[in-house]
Design a protein around this ligand. Structure first.
Ligand SMILES: *Cc1c(COP(=O)(O)O)cnc(C)c1O
Length: 369
């Protein structure tokens, strides 16, 4: 069997090891928040936001953020049908209803027109997930937000490094969330971040994140409300600090890989990868290729070819409304695109020879049509 080409893997240098080592040895007692504070500081500076709270996952950050927006029983939250379950699960946990709308054909992100149409008197938020690093149409979504007084949440788990007309993904909505799972552009093993510019929302999430204990409360073990426990450890944050010091390098390599695939495939009409419209920078978390219907190239065929070569490619997200516990919704783009798309391997240390093997399978498939 040929050596496996993984679809993602983290880049861990001596710096991450050194910081993690230091945190494990010295990050206790009065030093137990040092790397956490530093990581949150680096993240705020990078994103250009006022407040950041590190969490155990992006899912946890979304859960607390939506709880802080008082989303609960009987409420509705609008999101794209093309999404990872992590974006919808906290809505369900809060007793609210996820309302799935279709995606745009070019960005694979939520269609703002359909999001606006889905608004009812029960709508409490719209989630803008910047899928695979592609940016949502934030101009339109923020205008809708203003018009109806409904907050836009940016799920930026896949969009570190993505920039929308000078503003970083995650910095534009009521709040933004990030993931540092081992498959993401920067990692802490597991982990996440909640970011906002809204002082009130920040304080609410800070209290929720500490089991309902208000910052500055002098009475010990005194929660004001029932909160959550979605915290990041100092050792994880140490790895995160090193990753943030290398963020430009890590994002640039992701972009380099996406551009490599694009260069090899853009000569074929009707074969598309992650778009980068004018005024936008794509953080390129996950290079994804989509074939026009006329090619009749499907997900299963490519998956099988890659499997034969020990290459780990992944399926485009299934429409969430196709999952057995949700109600099916007619969202033609979300359903059609997932049939004729595939995620390609991309990791920091990926060799050009492996990139050529991956792209070669696609070219071979196209040319045999
Ligand atoms: C990875 C991901 C999440 C969840 O992140 P966790 O840190 O695993 O909770 C949420 N939303 C999107 C779009 C993701 O890709």
């Amino acid at each position: 069997m040929k050596p496996k080409i993984h679809y993602t893997r983290p880049s861990i240098s001596d710096l991450e090891v050194q910081y993690a080592n230091d945190a494990a040895k010295n990050g206790w007692g009065e030093n137990c928040y040092d790397y956490i504070n530093r990581f949150e500081g680096l993240f705020k500076r990078y994103l250009g936001v006022k407040y950041a709270i590190s969490t155990s996952s992006c899912t946890g950050a979304l859960h607390m953020g939506m709880a802080a927006l008082d989303i609960g029983q009987g409420d509705e939250v609008i999101l794209a049908d093309t999404n990872w379950i992590a974006t919808a699960a906290p809505i369900v946990h809060l007793g609210a209803k996820p309302v799935f709308v279709d995606i745009l054909e070019d960005s694979w992100c939520i269609n703002p027109k359909l999001a606006e149409k889905a608004i009812t008197e029960n709508t409490k938020a719209i989630i803008a997930t910047h899928i695979y690093g592609n940016l949502c149409d934030m101009g339109r979504l923020l205008a809708i937000s203003k018009k109806y007084g409904i907050p836009v949440i940016e799920d930026s788990a896949e969009a570190i490094g993505s920039v929308y007309h000078g503003k970083r993904a995650g910095s534009m909505g009521a709040f933004g969330t990030f993931s540092f799972h081992g498959t993401k552009t920067i990692t802490t093993g597991e982990g996440g971040m909640f970011v906002t510019n809204d002082e009130n929302l920040y304080n609410k999430v800070l209290t929720l994140s500490n089991h309902g204990r208000v910052k500055g409360q002098s009475k010990q073990f005194w929660p004001e409300t029932v909160g959550f426990k979605y915290k990041m450890s100092n050792i994880q944050a140490a790895v995160g600090c090193a990753q943030m010091e290398r963020i430009e390098e890590l994002v640039n390599r992701k972009r380099e890989i996406l551009n490599f695939y694009k260069q090899k495939l853009n000569k074929f009409d009707g074969v598309y990868l992650n778009p980068e419209p004018t005024g936008v920078i794509n953080g390129a978390w996950m290079p994804t290729v989509i074939f026009n219907k006329s090619y009749d190239i499907g997900r299963e065929e490519l998956l099988q070819k890659y499997k034969n070569k020990n290459i780990d490619a992944r399926v485009f997200f299934w429409p969430l409304s196709s999952l057995p516990f949700f109600e099916k919704v007619k969202n033609p783009n979300a359903y059609s695109i997932s049939e004729r798309a595939i995620n390609l391997p991309s990791y920091h240390d990926m060799k050009e020879k492996d990139l050529l093997i991956v792209v070669g399978e696609i070219i071979d498939t196209i040319e045999k049509r």
